[in-house]
Design a protein around this ligand. Structure first.
Ligand code: SAM
Length: 269
């Protein structure tokens, strides 16, 4: 199948300051505008470059007719969740957020989402519970099917993260992708331990890219397409310093931007 990887990615830089028309919203900000107006204003943890590349993934799904629900374990105030809510609203898909909500409550998240026209009407459900209390069946029933995008950003304890990975492997669609936060973060060694344990045996998902704190795991069926589109998105970004650095590293040799990990070649930016 021929997949479109240029449309939204190349639009990322040249369209700054321009309003893009979309079927579900009369006017839609560019990704950079959404980043500056919404994401940067929301409390939480998210690297700007990783956020922009996540929007590229969500645009890629939109452009290629990859629909379906989205979910996140570990919402906090909704910083990363806002990206998923924007995509859910654009496509008319369901979004589920699971969090213990011990630091900020659900009302706070909904208030943050209400601040943007592009997330205000998203079909969002928030579950106030520990992820280990959620069964695959309960989540599938809530979502109405397997998810096209999942973010794992809850507990940092090895056992919890391992269970989250197992849960999400069963929830991700064959054309979907998982973002696992805090990989290679020395302050969250439990996350690293869990991800290594998870990949000690063959999995339905494989790593495709590591972009500042997040390891992206795509279903085997579509890993090559996600890897290709992410590299194209990085190369198309003429503004962010991390993209410039990627190009400089690539010019020195492919091994500076691609590393083997659990039998897969992973793009590193
Ligand atoms: C690092 S923060 C999430 C950051 C957020 N994704 C963002 O974009 O800023 C982790 C969140 O996960 C919650 N949490 C921790 N362990 C959890 C678990 N096992 N299940 C659900 N939520 C959990 C915490 O209360 C906290 O709100």
């Amino acid at each position: 199948m021929l997949l479109k990887i240029g449309k939204s990615i190349s639009a990322h830089i040249p369209l700054v300051g321009r309003v893009v028309n979309d079927a579900r919203s009369v006017s839609r900000m560019t990704n950079v505008e959404f980043q500056d107006a919404v994401v940067e204003k929301t409390e939480g943890w998210l690297n700007r470059f990783t956020s922009l590349r996540t929007m590229d993934i969500l645009d890629f799904q939109h452009d290629n007719g990859i629909g379906g629900p989205l979910m996140e374990i570990g919402v906090f105030c909704g910083k990363y969740f806002s990206l998923l809510a924007r995509s859910a609203q654009r496509n008319g898909d369901k979004l589920l957020g699971i969090d213990t909500f011990q630091w900020r409550d659900e009302k706070h998240v909904l208030k943050m989402l209400s601040l943007s026209d592009e997330t205000l009407k998203a079909d969002v459900t928030l579950w106030h519970r520990h992820s280990s209390a959620c069964s695959t069946e309960d989540i599938l029933s809530q979502l109405g099917g397997k998810a096209r995008f999942i973010s794992i950003d809850g507990s940092h304890e090895c056992d919890d993260v391992f269970l989250d990975l197992q849960l999400c492997e069963n929830l991700v669609a064959h054309n979907g992708i998982i973002a696992a936060d805090d990989f290679l973060n020395p302050l969250t060694l439990g996350v690293n331990e869990a991800i290594h344990k998870f990949f000690a045996v063959p999995r339905l998902v494989v790593p495709v890219a590591y972009i500042s704190n997040k390891l992206f795991l795509a279903h085997r069926a579509s890993a090559a397409q996600y890897k290709e589109m992410l590299e194209a998105a990085i190369l198309a970004d003429e503004v962010e310093p991390q993209a410039k650095n990627f190009r400089a590293q690539l010019a020195k040799g492919r091994h500076f931007v691609e590393q083997p990990l659990w039998g897969q070649k992973v793009v590193v930016a």
